[in-house]
Design a protein around this ligand. Structure first.
Ligand code: HEM
Length: 415
């Protein structure tokens, strides 16, 4: 149990990950597959076979069909993955073998029970309170960048700390422990660190969550974890479930939002007309963030499901036991759902997209993610009116090797 991240991506053929001329467009290999059929049989690099869904309607059909399972253990055997290549790991700490609260990888009714308890915590009131904190955190970081000079790497200076601190707010991490939390979460995601260092950081985060749960049990406050512990869950959530839930929230909400913030900024800088639209009227981001989410579709390959029965899709039958990978980037470019889907147009009417998934597992944190993007990008654009890349665009290092697409760093200047 030594992994630091879900590595479902590893066996996907490289050509399905590499970007071409435009870093924001899906790999051209996916478009070629999609032209032939909305769902294709592909061979993974470890020899296993899988279905890759590139069609929008077919992707929605799979994600809303209970015959497709999210169970991690089945993923592993169907995809030929080694045990250490599966799931959100906890590092080399003493942990139970079963992942009690990893509801992202559960099916109904197990999933339903935990999801309902969680949904009850994402209240309108809490989201409103969080939004004002998001603004304070964003402003604080942008002003710190300005105070320090005229250049910065936007990833460590803004994109990573913002969602990390928002999760601290959500979970109720005490102020004096936030530096430690941020440092550990940053290391666990930093590829320049060794596997061992990242595993160590993940283990420390797991331990941190355990202590946080104990703390909230003794001293409840107005936060999500306290709400779960002292709410009306029947039977009450166990220690392991609570720690796992906190870890899922961090795992699902940190790297995703951080990459949307950095890649979203990069995309705006590369589309000056769209940047101008935001500058003129930041309220365009109310709908515009969904267009950015659609256009960038940062979940590279996946969500992943396993068929539990034979299911007819398009002209094909997916057999029980087969692995199905959804290509969100390609599905979100469906020409019959968006006119000129390859264009970033922040003024498009909002149409359902798949960037947050679909069906029972659809992103639980989507309102929070939207608020972080809306507020974060608006403050950035307004407070740094001369913001631009500090290096040539083609030198921006892309995360083609990661589960979540984005940029490894984004050197910017505003002088
Ligand atoms: C699930 C995307 C931000 C919490 C998902 C899924 C996607 C997704 C595609 C579905 C996975 C599946 O079907 O297997 C994103 C993107 C984000 C983002 C693109 C940022 C731009 C967040 C945030 C949080 C969060 C900020 C919370 C703090 C979750 C949780 C799930 C989830 C808990 C699992 C839901 C379930 O299994 O029922 N997300 N997410 N996400 N997301 Fe997000």
């Amino acid at each position: 149990n030594q992994t630091t991240r879900p590595t479902m991506l590893r066996p996907v053929p490289q050509e399905m990950l590499e970007r071409g001329e435009c870093p924001f467009d899906p790999p051209s290999a996916l478009a070629r597959l999609d032209q032939r059929a909305p769902l294709s049989r592909i061979e993974l690099r470890n020899g296993a076979e899988a279905w890759l869904v590139t069609g929008y309607d077919q992707a929605r059909a799979v994600l809303s069909d209970p015959r497709f399972s999210s169970d991690t253990v089945r993923h592993r055997s169907a995809m030929n993955l080694r045990p250490e290549e599966v799931g959100v790991a906890r590092g080399p700490v003493e942990v139970p073998a079963r992942q009690d609260g990893m509801f992202l990888f559960m099916d109904p009714p197990e999933h339903t029970r935990l999801r309902r308890l969680l949904t009850g915590q994402f209240t309108v009131r809490r989201m409103q309170l969080l939004e004002s904190r998001i603004r304070e955190i964003a402003v604080e970081h942008i002003e710190a960048m300005r105070a320090a000079g005229t250049e910065a790497d936007l990833v460590p200076a803004f994109a990573l700390p913002l969602p990390s601190l928002v999760i601290c707010e959500l979970l109720g991490v005490a102020y004096q422990r936030r530096a430690e939390f941020q440092e550990r979460t940053a290391i666990s995601l930093n590829l320049t660190k060794s596997e061992q260092e990242r595993a160590g950081a993940s283990a420390a985060i797991y331990q941190f969550m355990r202590e946080l749960v104990a703390e909230k049990r003794q001293h409840p406050a107005d936060d999500l974890l306290s709400g779960l512990i002292h709410g009306d869950a029947e039977p009450p959530l166990t220690e392991n479930e609570l720690v796992d839930i906190a870890t899922v929230l961090l795992g699902a909400g940190h790297e995703t939002t951080a990459n949307m913030l950095a890649l979203g900024t990069y995309a705006l800088l590369e589309h000056p007309d769209q940047l101008a639209v935001v500058r003129d009227d930041p309220a365009v981001l109310d709908n515009g963030v969904d267009e950015l989410l659609r256009y960038l579709s940062i979940i590279h390959i996946g969500p992943t499901r396993i068929a539990t029965a034979d299911v007819a899709i398009a002209d094909t039958t997916v057999r029980a036991g087969d692995t199905v990978l959804i290509s969100v980037p390609q599905a979100n470019r469906a020409a019959d759902h968006w006119p000129a889907p390859e264009r970033l147009d922040l003024t498009r009417p909002r149409t359902p997209h798949l960037a947050f998934g679909h069906g029972v597992h659809q992103c639980l944190g989507q309102q929070l993610a939207r608020a972080e993007l809306r507020v974060g990008l608006a403050e950035l654009v307004q407070r740094l009116p001369k913001l631009r890349l500090a290096i040539p665009a083609h030198d921006v290092p892309l995360r083609t090797d990661m589960l979540i697409f984005g940029v490894h760093s984004l050197p910017v200047t505003w002088s």
